[in-house]
Design a binder for this molecule. Sequence first.
Ligand code: AHG
Ligand code: MN
Ligand code: MN
Ligand code: MN
Length: 335
Amino acid sequence: MHLGRTTLSKFLLQQLRDIADGNDLGALLVDVAAAIKTISAMTAKGALGGYLGDLEQRNGQGELQKKLDVLANDTMIRHCEWGGLLAAMASEENDEALPIPPDCSRGPFLLVFDPLDGSSNTDVNVSVGTIFSVLRHREGASGDTADFLLPGQEQVAAGYAIYGPATMLVLTVGKGTHGFTLDREIGNFILTHPLMRIPADTGEFAINTSNARFWEAPVHRYVAECQAGRSGPRARDFNMRWIASMVAEVHRILVRGGVFLYPRDSKDAAKPGRLRLLYEANPIGLLVEQAGGAASTGRQRLLEVQPTSLHQRVPVILGSRNEVERIERYHVEHD
Ligand code: AHG
Ligand code: MN
Ligand code: MN
Ligand code: MN
C-alpha cells in the first residue's frame, strides 16, 4: 500500500543530488526530522505526558520557560549533535552558541533553532511549532557565536514543524517550499504539499492589535485601511486572525495567503520588534520567498539584514507580495 508516496528521505535525495555537501545536508535534515517527530509525540500527549506548565526559570532573554521549551530544546540538541554534520548549534533557549561535544565529530553546517515556537499556547492546546535554519560554516572558524551572524540569504536550508491537528514539516533547500505530513502509523513524513505558493493578493491580515498604541504611523495606516473595509480606501472587506504562534500564522499564509505583521514598536526601546532574526525571521523569510511571497522589516528585505547578535530582534512583515510591498511603500512615504 501507498508505494507511490514520496517520503522525506526520497525527496531529499532527489533535491540535493546536485548540491555541494548534499548528502550531508540531507542527513542533517533527517536528524532534524527525527527530533521533530519526538517533539510531536511529546506535545501530542498534552496533560497526560506531564509536560505542561511553566518552569521556575527564565531564558537569557527574560522569558519564563515552559517545560516544553526546555524539553524540545534538549530533544533538538540530542538528535543533532552526534551525527558529525554540525560545527555548532544555537537556540532561542541558550545564551551562547552550543559547541559539539568533544567525543562527537564535527561537520560543515551550523544549525539555529527555535525549539518551541508559540509556547504560550502549549497549556491551551493550540498549535505550536519548531523553526530551524541551516547555514554553512566557514572552514577553520571556531564555531562560536560570531560565526552565526550571517544574513538570511546565506541559509542553505530552512523549515518549520507545526504541531497541529496533523504534524507537518515545511522546508526549503532553495528549490521551492514543500510541505510534508507526518503519517503517525508509519512514522514517516510524506510529501503532501509540493511547491507551496502564496497568492500575491489577500484579504486576510494578522497582527496583535493590543500593541496598537506602540506602532509606527505606516502600520497604523495599513491596519486602519484594512479595518475600514469596503467603504474605505481599499474598497474591500478584510478578515483578521491572531494565533500567537508564528508557525501557525505562516502555515495559514502558505496555504491560503495573507499578511503577517510583528512590526517595529516602541513598547521596549531596546527591542526593535518581538521576533528574533536568526531563528524566527530568517528561516520563515526564506520559506515565504521560496513560495513567491515577500518578507521585509518594512524598510529592508529581511534576508539582507546583517545580524549583530545571536538573539537580535527585528520587525517582521511577510506574506502575500502585493500587501507586503504596499506596507513597504507606506514606510517610504512616511520616512
Ligand atoms: P516563542 O514562543 O518561541 O517565544 O515565540 C513566540 C512568538 C511568536 O510565535 C508569536 O508570533 C509571537 O511571539 C506572539 O507574541 P504576542 O504574545 O506578543 O502576541
Ligand atoms: Mn520564547
Ligand atoms: Mn518563537
Ligand atoms: Mn520558542
